[in-house]
Ligand binder design. Structure first.
Ligand SMILES: Cc1ncc(C[n+]2csc(CCOP(=O)(O)OP(=O)(O)O)c2C)c(N)n1
Ligand SMILES: [Mg+2]
Length: 891
């Protein structure tokens, strides 16, 4: 630096110093409001005078809450530290022990190690339990931090040593603990499955919004209950994590608090080695108008920062990239002094009084209960929008050589004796060297100070968390009358199953018992499904009502938004809609309210797009109905490859507690929905439903006799052959809209080829398959008892003739039941990419129209030697089928 610029720089420094001092004095004499006003005026003044101030959503790399505004910490800090240390120990011991017994059983030490203070301040001072009089706070615990949450429940006396011993060994006699939060596996404990990263932030946002919905609709009292979501900084890479943050601010969700544990590391290494994840997140959240509270530095930094009247330290803090910060964690105090402070003699002077060891131990904000408490307090008191707390921590905090701050720490599951001893000494675990080597769990006596304190704190906050309980009283389940009219057919009118379903929905909305509880959810597709009439009748939910006169106000079906509107019109977000579905379908546990969600969407954008949310819904024991609209590869005409769904029923197969139906007629839907409400809301079964509905209009027939049981079990004989004595026989299986093609084929076969075919409506291949494998399993395990017969075999085992199945889905679906048939079965389906075309051409292209059903039947008869090859040849000609047509599967 030459002489001139050095002098210039000193001049600037002096000027800057003067400005800072005058701001300080304004702050002191007139307070922050006036200081803010001055700064805003200065900014405007600068802009007017042509100073181009770049936009920045960032604040300096410093704590958002200055020391002077920190509230008093209300707890016993010493005691809380002891409790936290014991929890740290037991969480660590749980993982280390589990991996000693069963090599590679897994588990995580370093995630909870970095988050312990974030949780403990919550448990001791903020998380309110659900009780008779208060709905309680809703908490999404970070999945990988589960050992810490178990360890706390152990100290609280809620989990036994045996349970801890069996962490990740759920099949042990007496049971164990699941690796992560899974309500399916621990239904009295966990409420929200969080471990598939990115799902819980989005679910939490919609949960907070749903809580408001329930309040605005008068279904629950207005409370100040909060939704807390604890996430990892690496987790924010998932698009879902930040995907709905603008909804939270738009809806002014001041009942929502995100706590992001910014340990700057994910699994493999740094989250943003070359940048700063905290600053990146701050700008994203501030840009989305969240209240952002950064908790970066612990109290030990306060006096140093105070000495730094020139703001040099904060500037230096803001210059470092995360990779460098991580290096500091694993370095000596001497290195910290040289590298971090060494660049400027003034910085070095600031830390001159501190020995190297103290420099190494300068705590980060996320490990300092006072700082964390201040942030949480500010968050719960904040009004008008959601808050995110960005807390800086060290991954693997306290693990020392065993992994603190190291890139391998996420996977660390074993500690040697020396490392255990070090951990013990650092956290003051009262155990000798010999004992500690055995890694025992440690719980202080029932009347110890620790246990008494911990219990008293939880008592003051209403009880223990997490805790899950299905609290809603059962519904009557007697709604058969409501569905009666749909059993009677459409009397010659052509309607689609979607129209029929919407008519049912309209009726359910008027029902005295369930009307209020029904929650229709649409991702900007209500008009597609003919639901716009509901806009007017029940209104679209809007937390602010309707501030404008809708453009169509003079029409009958105008776009009515209302504070107590019932429809959740989510906009184009299947993920968000699914999150609402989950919040509504689990309200029986979260709020003790039996809301019944009906989420209707473009079926192709369901399982294919948001299957992981559906899986989470299943884990959470969510109840309700998913309606796959515009379904069927050849039934949705025109839209083509990306819209036409022939997949979803196959993709619904893996979800164990999901019942999937592909009904053809209105009465089938009525029977399924009626039974669904009964099973879920009266019997309290942890199941949910997937029903595909279509937009092809046709006459809905009257229920053909006593077929309820068959509809629910998956198939029933819809239309028997009229000529029972015919020599040539066939059994035709049809589903969804393709059932009509099968019925047309039945006529042609009888009239033109003398084949008497029975037609079966297959409503659910999934049900048939599940029943079949379950029956087989039972028989295998009970060889001494009379074997049971799968339902599908009971239907088809004695039937005569050849078998042909046709659906608008992949061929693998009917193939699943073929093993229980007495003979082979020809299968028609819609494997392949869709096309932009009309229904007739699509069904020809995919070879599922009535002609192909006829051809498949004749071919099967020929295989059996019951008709000659010539019959098949002639049929191909007569039916005008081009044998050289492209193969839809691969074209
Ligand atoms: C969707 C999904 N992808 C990958 C994983 C595997 N995984 C588990 S933890 C983890 C790293 C977590 O890092 P971060 O979110 O920063 O949490 P931390 O442990 O650092 O608090 C990964 C990749 C997962 N659980 N979910
Ligand atoms: Mg992390």
């Amino acid at each position: 630096m030459d002489q001139e610029t050095f002098a210039q720089r000193n001049m600037e420094d002096v000027e800057i110093q003067e400005w800072l001092e005058s701001l300080d004095s304004v702050l002191e004499s007139s307070g922050p409001e006036v200081a803010r006003e001055i700064l805003e005026r200065l900014r405007a003044h600068a802009t007017v005078n042509g100073i181009d101030l770049p936009f920045t959503a960032n604040t300096p790399y410093a704590n958002t809450i200055p020391v002077r505004l920190e509230p008093l910490f209300p707890g016993d800090q010493q005691l809380e530290r002891r409790i936290k240390s014991l929890i740290r120990w037991n969480a660590l011991a749980m993982v280390v022990r589990a991996n000693k017994v069963e090599h590679n059983i897994g588990g995580h030490i370093s995630t909870y190690a970095s988050a312990a203070t974030l949780y403990e301040v919550g448990f001791n001072h903020f998380f309110r339990a659900r009780s008779e009089n208060f709905e309680g706070d809703t908490i999404y615990f970070q999945g990988h931090a589960a050992p810490g949450i178990y360890a706390r429940a152990f100290l609280e006396g809620r989990l036994s040593t045996e349970k801890l011993e069996n962490f990740r060994r759920e099949l042990k006699p007496g049971g164990g603990l699941s690796s992560y939060p899974h309500p399916w596996l621990m239904p009295d404990f966990w409420e929200f499955p969080t471990v598939s990263m990115g799902l819980s932030p989005l679910m939490a946002i919609y949960q907070a919004r749903y809580n408001r919905y329930l309040e605005n609709r008068g279904l629950k009292p207005v409370t100040d209950a909060k939704v807390w979501a604890f996430l990892g900084d690496g987790e924010t890479d998932e698009p879902e994590s930040l995907g709905a943050i603008t909804l939270a601010s738009r809806e002014k969700l001041d009942n929502l608090i995100f706590v992001i544990n910014c340990n700057l590391q994910r699994l493999d290494g740094p989250v943003r080695g070359n940048g700063q994840i905290i600053q990146e997140l701050e700008s994203a959240f501030r840009g989305a108008r969240w209240n952002v509270i950064k908790v970066l530095w612990g109290s030990e930094w306060d006096p140093i920062l105070e000495r730094d009247t020139e703001g040099l330290l904060v500037k230096r803090m803001g210059e470092m990239v995360d990779g460098e910060y991580q290096k500091l964690v694993v370095s000596s105090g001497d290195y910290v002094r040289q590298f971090f402070f060494g660049g400027d003699p003034r910085l070095l002077k600031l830390v001159e009084p501190l020995p190297d060891e103290a420099l190494r131990r300068l705590r980060l904000g996320g490990h300092d209960p006072r700082k964390v408490y201040a942030a949480y307090k500010a968050a719960v008191d904040y009004k008008g929008g959601p808050t995110v707390i960005l807390a800086r921590t060290i991954k693997g905090y306290g693990l020392g050589e065993a992994g603190e701050g190291k890139n391998v720490t996420h996977q660390q599951k074993k500690l040697n004796e020396e490392e255990l001893r070090e951990f013990r000494s650092r956290f003051g675990i009262p155990m000798g060297d010999e004992e500690i080597a055995k890694v025992p769990f440690y719980r202080p006596a029932e009347d110890s100070e620790e246990v008494r304190y911990l219990r008293a704190r939880r008592e003051a906050l209403g009880g223990y968390v997490p805790q899950r309980k299905a609290r809603a009283a059962a519904l009557s389940g007697g709604h058969t009358e409501l569905f009666k009219e749909f059993l009677e057919g459409s009397e010659g009118r052509e309607v689609s199953t979607t129209m029929a379903f919407v008519a049912m929905l309209r009726k359910m909305l008027k029902d005295p018992e369930i009307g209020k509880l029904v929650v229709p959810i649409v991702p900007d597709e209500a008009r597609t499904f003919g639901m716009e009439s509901l806009f007017r009748t029940v209104g679209i939910y809007s937390s602010v009502g309707q501030k404008y006169e809708p453009v169509d106000v003079n029409t009958l079906l105008y776009y009515k938004e209302a504070k107590d509107g019932q429809i959740l019109e989510e906009g184009i977000t299947e993920a968000g809609s699914m999150a609402s579905f989950i919040a509504a379908g689990s309200a029986y546990a979260t709020h003790g309210i039996n809301t019944i969600p009906f989420f209707i969407y473009y079926s192709m954008f369901g399982f294919q797009r948001i299957a992981d949310f559906i899986w989470a819904a299943a884990d959470m024991r969510t109840r309700g109905f998913l309606l796959g609209g515009t379904s069927g590869r050849t039934t949705l005409s025109g839209e083509g490859l990306q819209h036409q769904d022939g997949n979803s029923h196959v993709l619904a197969m893996p979800v164990p507690n999901l019942l999937a139906y592909d009904p053809a007629f209105a009465y089938e839907i009525a029977v399924i929905v009626d039974e669904g409400i009964r099973r879920m809301y009266k019997e309290g079964e942890s199941i949910f439903y997937y029903i595909t509905v279509m937009n092809e209009p046709y006459v809905m027939p009257h229920t053909p006799g006593d077929v309820k049981d068959g509809i629910l079990k998956g198939m029933y004989k819809y239309k028997p052959a009229s000529n029972k004595k015919a020599k040539l026989r066939a059994q035709l299986l049809g589903s969804g809209a393709i059932l009509n093609e099968v019925l047309r084929a039945q006529e042609v076969l009888e009239k033109n080829y003398g084949v008497a075919a029975d037609v079966w409506s297959v409503t659910s291949y999934k049900c048939l398959y599940t029943d079949g494998v379950e029956t087989e399993r039972w028989n295998r395990l009970h060889p001494d008892e009379t074997p049971k017969v799968p339902y599908v075999k009971r239907c088809l085992g004695e039937e005569q003739g050849v078998f042909v199945a046709a659906s608008d889905y992949l061929k693998t679906l009917p193939a699943m039941i073929s093993k229980w048939l007495p003979r082979r079965m020809a299968i028609l389906g819609t494997d392949g990419f869709g096309r932009s075309e009309g229904r007739t051409s699509l069904r020809e292209f995919f070879e599922v129209d009535s002609r192909f059903v006829v051809l498949a039947t004749l071919h099967e008869l020929a295989q059996e030697g019951l008709v000659g090859e010539a019959t098949v040849q002639n049929a191909i000609k007569d039916l005008a089928i081009n044998p050289e047509k492209p193969n839809p599967v691969i074209s």
